[in-house]
Design a protein around this ligand. Structure first.
Ligand code: ATP
Ligand code: MN
Length: 331
């Protein structure tokens, strides 16, 4: 579970060129601007990530003009992600320990972008329990994992900012799902239209196994269409074997999606030796899109070439979001 707000240590404080009232703090793998002198290196604070929706209270009143939402900003040329508050914002008696989640106790919720109207439909039910929902952890909280997997052969894909879809065949039954729901068949719904156009149900049935494929719908009407596409399309990033409960490794994922005449998400690097340097990975994510070269990419997703699982995060797969993309799109 993502900790939107937690108790964290100020790892470093560095000057910002040309600014004397503010400085750059490093917390987890995040960089943010703080008032000079407000914190000391090694001190604990309450760190709130981007996407936090803060409650309407005096401590957070300065966020009112921004709809109480914590976003990526740039101050004096320095990108700043998240906000550090002193521990005194915690209720009296709160047991202060590093890394403890304080999202709920502070009344913080998460900003969620709405599901685009063209993807909405009548729910057939909850998301199927036999398929994992799509999700990616942010690299900024994964320093330990990076240290452990340093040097691992990985592949890097472009993260597309659209809406997650899942198509599956289970016991010959075909299903279409948004991020959190399975949808009743509907000729007006974009995902069902795409399924029909690309003949996905017959293609999946022809494989002859219980299987799910997951991808991102992008294009007109979806998340402001940052890649300026005409119409809508889907680019895939997961193949899941329902009976074996396994995601396919890179080679099989690529071959299977190509074999179905479908498209994968763009491949940024087919063989990347994992570095344990969060800033270097964020730098790699700061790139233009392979789909639309004059638009910023939303970011990247990194996975080992051979699928593996970790006791802390489960599937080893994570994202780095392009801060320039977040600034441009007001997130
Ligand atoms: P958070 O978990 O950080 O609060 P979130 O759950 O809304 O945010 P996203 O930032 O949307 O997650 O990132 C995860 C999603 O990215 C996946 O669910 C998937 O739909 C989408 N995605 C887009 N491109 C890719 C890709 N190349 N590889 C994997 N997932 C991708
Ligand atoms: Mn998530």
């Amino acid at each position: 579970m993502r900790k939107l707000a937690s108790i964290q240590r100020i790892k470093a404080l560095d000057p910002i060129a040309g600014a004397d009232a503010i400085e750059r703090a490093t917390v987890l793998g995040w960089q943010l601007v703080v008032k000079k002198g407000e914190f000391k290196v090694g001190e604990l604070c309450v760190y709130c990530e981007v996407d936090c929706l803060m409650p309407d209270e005096p401590n957070f009143e300065f966020l009112k003009p921004r709809g109480m939402r914590i976003k990526t900003v740039r101050l004096r040329g320095q990108i700043s992600q998240g906000i550090c508050f002193p521990l005194s914002i915690l209720p009296v008696g709160f047991d202060v320990q590093e890394d403890v989640d304080c999202t709920t106790v502070l009344g913080i919720t998460k900003y969620e972008p709405p599901i685009p109207a063209c993807l909405n439909g009548v729910a057939k039910g909850a998301f199927p329990s036999f398929i994992p929902k799509t999700d990616e952890t942010r690299v900024q909280v994964l320093q330990n994992l990076l240290d452990q997997y340093k040097g691992e052969a990985c592949y890097v894909t472009e993260k597309l900012d659209g809406s997650s879809v899942t198509f599956y065949v289970n016991n010959r039954e075909f299903g279409v799902c948004t991020r959190n729901l399975e949808l009743v068949e509907d000729p007006e719904n974009t995902i069902w239209k795409i399924a029909r156009e690309l003949d996905i149900s017959d293609k999946l049935r022809a494989i002859g196994m219980n299987i799910a494929i997951q991808g991102e719908v992008i294009g007109e009407g979806v998340q402001g269409n940052p890649l300026k596409l005409r119409g809508q399309t889907v680019r895939f990033f997961n193949v899941f074997d329902i009976d074996r409960r396994e995601h396919s490794s890179f080679d099989k994922l690529k071959d299977l999606i190509r074999g179905l005449s479908l498209e994968m998400v763009p491949i940024v690097a087919p063989d990347y030796k994992l570095e344990n340097d969060i800033n270097a990975i964020v730098m790699m994510a700061t790139r233009k899109s392979l789909v639309c070269p004059d638009a910023w990419a939303e970011g990247i997703v990194i996975r080992p070439l051979i699928e593996c699982r970790d006791p802390v995060i489960g599937r080893v797969s994570f994202k780095a979001i392009n801060p320039e993309f977040l600034l441009k799109s007001g997130q």
